[in-house]
Design a protein around this ligand. Structure first.
Ligand code: TA6
Length: 289
């Protein structure tokens, strides 16, 4: 069953499988704002103070970051994290499928227009396919170069995962991976190192770009494990603003940092270069164990 509803006044597609897995996707930014595995609880963090529509980036869920991650790239005239997350996408014709008993999906599209070309002078076609499976949310981002010349971009699925308490959460799978710690740095600055510890734990503001992550990650918490796998994306960003930065974010409760952790499938270190007519696919798959 798939329905079109309003979510904080925004047109949305609700996906529901007969097994009971549920997700909600806004047309604004093709933004997944909710994912509830069958028989389970909400697995995405969504700020109670988030704004919606009118060029706002939703604080939480899965912001689609394109064509530039943060301001880490050649084009500082772009908005931070690009423009895909604040534009109205369209549901692709025949893009909503009820699927089989335990699957459902919707495909949304974003094409270039005069506004995007004024910020980033390239024709493109973006597609995000959101698919529900048994305790699984799969996000597939396809970028096509529809122009006559080559283009380059960085991108991410800036996923806000919900945790009961960040102090009791850890991430497994990053040990020994080269990373850029950007806390306290701007632009492309930061210190590069590698995590010695088996699991990454959180005691303060964390903002790290892990380069060429070799395999799936696990978010470990007292209430269960969430596996984060990816394809096409090479890097992973781990972000928690902690108390001081949280207090400066108008769309985040002061204690919101305690209930969230961003684990973002990304391609940052090596921009994707597409010749005319070529396309690229990046996928993030979340599985609740
Ligand atoms: O992904 C981490 C990050 O780049 C942080 O540096 C912080 O800026 C975060 O994204 C949120 O950015 P936003 O523009 O959504 O407030």
């Amino acid at each position: 069953m798939n329905r079109n509803d309003d979510f904080h006044g925004q047109p949305a597609v609700n996906l529901l499988t007969s097994a009971g897995d549920r997700a909600t996707v806004l047309l604004h930014g093709a933004h997944v704002v909710s994912w509830i595995p069958a028989g389970g609880d909400e697995r995405l963090y969504l700020s109670e103070r988030s704004a919606y529509g009118n060029g706002h980036a939703v604080r939480g869920g899965v912001p689609v970051i394109f064509p530039q991650f943060n301001q880490r790239g050649p084009d500082f005239s772009l908005p931070r994290h690009g423009f895909a997350r604040t534009r109205r996408w369209q549901v692709k014709e025949d893009g909503v499928t009820a699927g089989s008993a335990d699957t459902a999906s919707v495909e949304l599209m974003l094409l270039d227009d005069a506004d995007t070309r004024a910020m980033w002078p390239h024709p493109f076609s973006l597609s995000l396919t959101v698919s529900l499976g048994a305790h699984c949310l799969d996000l597939a981002l396809r970028v096509a170069n529809t122009g006559a010349s080559a283009l380059a971009f960085t991108a991410a699925l800036h996923t806000y995962l919900r945790v009961a308490d960040i102090a009791q959460a850890s991430v497994r799978g990053l040990q020994g991976v080269r990373c850029l710690d950007t806390v306290g740095n701007v632009g492309n600055a930061g210190s590069v190192g590698a995590d010695a510890d088996a699991d990454l734990t959180f005691q303060g503001e964390t903002d790290r770009i892990y380069y060429e992550v070799p395999g799936p990650l696990s978010l470990l918490a007292p209430d269960g494990v969430l596996e984060v796998a990816m394809e096409g994306f090479r890097d992973v960003v781990v972000w928690n603003p902690w108390a001081d930065l949280s207090a400066t974010l108008p769309d985040m409760p002061d204690d919101g940092y305690r209930r969230m952790l961003c684990i973002e499938a990304a391609t940052i270190d090596q921009p994707v270069r597409l010749d005319a007519g070529r396309s690229w696919l990046g996928r993030q798959t979340l599985t609740a164990r």
